[in-house]
Write a protein that binds this ligand. Structure first.
Ligand code: TEU
Length: 548
């Protein structure tokens, strides 16, 4: 049976990849936490949706100080999620349905409970084990000042002081994220060796590729100097350093050694897209998330520029463009697009901003048709296909995300985009957990999600799920969408984006504040909102078959 799979060794060039945040996807054993049994049971859903691959957020043993991005053992599965045997069965079952698997590797840091970090702490200052990390004495007469002024991505200092084995205050260690996530020292050969072994471990188990977490952060200036805002390109003290490229060249050689070459997908947040494209040269990573598009506001000029720049810079290095509308780190689209400021910026994330969810929902549907019509690969974050909003009223004592705590409670954190999915029924747990569950979902679900369940949407022609399924079907089966081409069309209005693909496919997105006439066409393939006669209403999109 041929399903949502793209044949050939370069499947990743136009794949639709579905992101599974395991903890919140589906709970098979009733403990309120999603698990691999839950995912396996829902494979038919993912197959019907029509995706080519699944990217799993970290599923390894972890104290979950950062939702699994604090890994204790990279070669095992967290017991809350299942076993390695189940992961292997899941990889095999998915592949039998034509769905490939991508796992998340986290090379920048480990959990503070990882055996290496425990050994380094126990060994004390000066021990060789400490060289796997960045331990430094503190400044000031008592050593109680951080070794430098670097700031954590989650807020606050990027350094935490240790206690010596005898209980006295000791050295400090570097963590670009939470203190439970000490940064590894990538200048150390054992660190490099270990990660290549981890890649082989998963590649040998049949995963099709890896998503590389915080891929531009691994290498630090060996002297750990202060950040110089005027640094030369490639010379920032801890972001996007030139030395990174050699690491990824080595990973690429490893990935290319497999009969079906494995794919390297980078999470690279860089404001300079040209610098990002360097990672996508033919002997480095295959692909990277398009975070410029992800953060773009719902504005025609900004989106057009982002699309143009993306296509140009990917063409320059021969890599496929990627299109990402949301992920587990950002505000759900329906909520974001319903606000006055429709861009996404971590620094500006606030709860309680006035939001028009109906408007947001209309725009999110239109954005889906835009993203799914563009050349390259596309990512769908679980729940995006259901049109889920951000959950903004999680009680403080249920919040999990360190971003919330590290900001002193100012930042609402990312839990609102990670609430367990609603599958069926009319009240929590909405089929997320089985009927005999012993615990409630680990994050609370809203009372008003009955209409958003997969079951409620499944056969509704107007639902978000139906729109995604239909768009993914057309994207997969229409040869006009299989090339790398995109031709901008003259739009009837500056607020309209219009482009053609292949011989006769066109996508029109109306971002103006009024309805516009559709382009001349032979057939309307799909629309995100009902047409008004021949007019496309504001904040909506249409896929057309053009005339010969
Ligand atoms: O995110 C990396 C990352 O740098 C941003 O998402 C970060 O949160 C932002 O830049 C804050 O300024 C990845 C994962 O996607 C995220 O979930 C993890 O928390 C993070 O790495 C640490 O592993």
């Amino acid at each position: 049976m041929v399903s949502g799979v793209t044949a050939g060794s370069e499947w990743w060039r136009r794949a639709a990849v579905y992101q599974v945040y395991v903890r919140s996807f589906a709970d098979g054993n009733g403990d309120g936490v999603g698990d691999l049994a839950g995912v396996r049971a829902r494979l038919p859903y993912l197959h019907d949706l029509g995706v080519d691959a699944l990217w799993f957020n970290p599923w390894y043993p972890s104290p979950m100080a950062d939702g699994g991005y604090d890994v204790v053992d990279y070669r095992a599965i967290d017991p809350a999620f299942g076993t390695l045997a189940e992961a292997e069965a899941l990889i095999t079952d998915a592949r039998a349905l034509g769905i490939r698997t991508i796992v998340d590797v986290v090379p920048n840091h480990v959990s503070d409970q990882h055996p290496w970090f425990r050994a380094a702490l126990a060994a004390g200052p000066g021990a060789p084990e400490r060289d796997w990390f960045w331990f430094r004495p503190g400044g000031g007469p008592d050593g109680n000042e951080a070794p430098n002024g670097w700031v954590s991505n989650f807020g606050g200092p990027a350094w935490t002081r240790t206690k010596n084995p005898d209980g006295t205050p000791g050295e400090w260690f570097l963590h670009l994220f939470a203190p439970e996530q000490p940064d590894l020292n990538w200048d150390h050969p054992a660190v490099r060796q270990e990660h290549e072994d981890i890649l082989r471990f998963w590649f040998d188990r049949g995963v099709a590729g890896v998503r590389i977490d915080s891929a531009a952060l691994l290498v630090k200036h060996p002297d750990l100097p202060e950040v110089d805002p005027d640094h030369a390109p490639g010379q920032h003290v801890h972001v996007d350093r030139d030395e990174l490229h050699e690491i990824y060249r080595s990973w690429r050689r490893l990935a290319d050694g497999y009969d079906e070459p494995r794919v390297l997908l980078g999470e690279i947040w860089l404001p300079d897209v040209r610098r990002m494209s360097l990672y996508l040269r033919p002997d480095e990573l295959h692909s990277a998330f398009n975070l410029d598009f992800l953060t773009c506001p719902w504005e025609p000029a900004r989106l057009r520029t982002s699309i143009r720049t993306t296509l140009q810079m990917h063409d320059d290095v021969g890599a496929p463009a990627t299109w990402v509308l949301s992920n587990h780190d950002v505000t759900r689209l329906v909520t974001r697009y319903g606000r006055e400021d429709t861009s996404f910026a971590f620094e500006a994330k606030r709860a309680g901003v006035p939001t028009d969810l109906a408007l947001g929902r209309r725009r999110a549907r239109a954005a889906a048709l835009l993203a799914l019509a563009l050349p390259g690969s596309v990512y769908v974050y679980q729940g995006e296909e259901l049109g889920l909003p951000e959950v903004e009223d999680i009680e403080p004592d249920r919040i999990q995300d360190p971003m919330h705590f590290r900001s002193g409670g100012v930042d609402p954190g990312r839990d609102g985009a990670r609430v367990p999915l609603p599958w069926s029924d009319t009240a929590t747990p909405y089929g997320f957990s089985p009927p005999d569950a012993t615990a409630e979902p680990f994050l609370p679900q809203p009372d008003d999600w009955a209409g958003l369940t997969a079951e409620a949407q499944n056969e509704d022609p107007a639902s978000s799920l139906t729109l995604y399924r239909e768009a993914l079907r057309i994207r997969r089966t229409d040869p006009d969408l299989h090339g790398r081409d995109l031709r901008w069309l003259d739009a009837p209005d500056p607020g309209v984006l219009a482009f053609a693909r292949g011989a006769r496919f066109a996508c029109v997105v109306n971002l103006s504040d009024h309805p516009v006439e559709l382009l001349a066409h032979a057939e309307v393939l799909l629309t995100s909102s009902p047409l008004e006669g021949e007019r496309l209403v504001r904040d909506s999109a249409a896929w057309l078959r053009l005339r010969d």
